[in-house]
Write a protein that binds this ligand. Structure first.
Ligand code: THU
Length: 135
């Protein structure tokens, strides 16, 4: 499936990026099993470590809109970068079965397709916490 709408949503989200420090504008768009698209962009702080990636902004928006069942995430950035480690962790927990479409904003017609399983195999999740009992 070409996912044209989802790719367009990631590219449009990228336009909303607030990245005055790095100028590295990123947009992300999540597709739910019911066909809903939730997008987000990176937001940076002068205290650099407080910045948040586009993938996590999109994921947090979706989760706090009661969305849980994701099929695909599209990420648009200069060069078509793959999600950072922190985003991989969150996506592995809340969007683990998803296909990942990486879009180079300079050449959006030739995206790369991968998966969360390939990006973070054997992820640490809430299931790993089940072996302890908290009383
Ligand atoms: N960034 C993302 O939004 N997603 C990624 O996958 C990698 C990095 C952002 C964080 C920061 O605002 C800028 O890109 C440079 O690291």
């Amino acid at each position: 499936m070409p996912h044209t709408k989802l790719i367009q949503a990631a590219l449009a989200a990228r336009e909303q990026s607030v990245a005055p420090y790095s100028k590295f504008n990123v947009g992300a768009a999540l597709l739910t099993a019911s066909g809903k698209i939730i997008s987000g962009a990176n937001v940076e702080s002068a205290s650099y470590g407080l910045s948040c990636c586009a993938e996590r902004v999109a994921l947090f928006k979706a989760l706090t809109d009661d969305q849980r069942d994701f099929t695909t995430i599209a990420v648009a950035s200069p060069g078509g970068a793959a999600p950072c480690g922190a985003c991989r962790q969150l996506l592995a927990e809340y969007a683990k079965e998803t296909e990942v479409i990486l879009i180079n904003s300079e050449s959006p017609d030739t995206p790369t397709v991968t998966s969360m399983d390939a990006l973070l195999p054997n992820a640490f999740t809430g299931d790993d916490l089940d072996c302890v009992s908290i009383s």
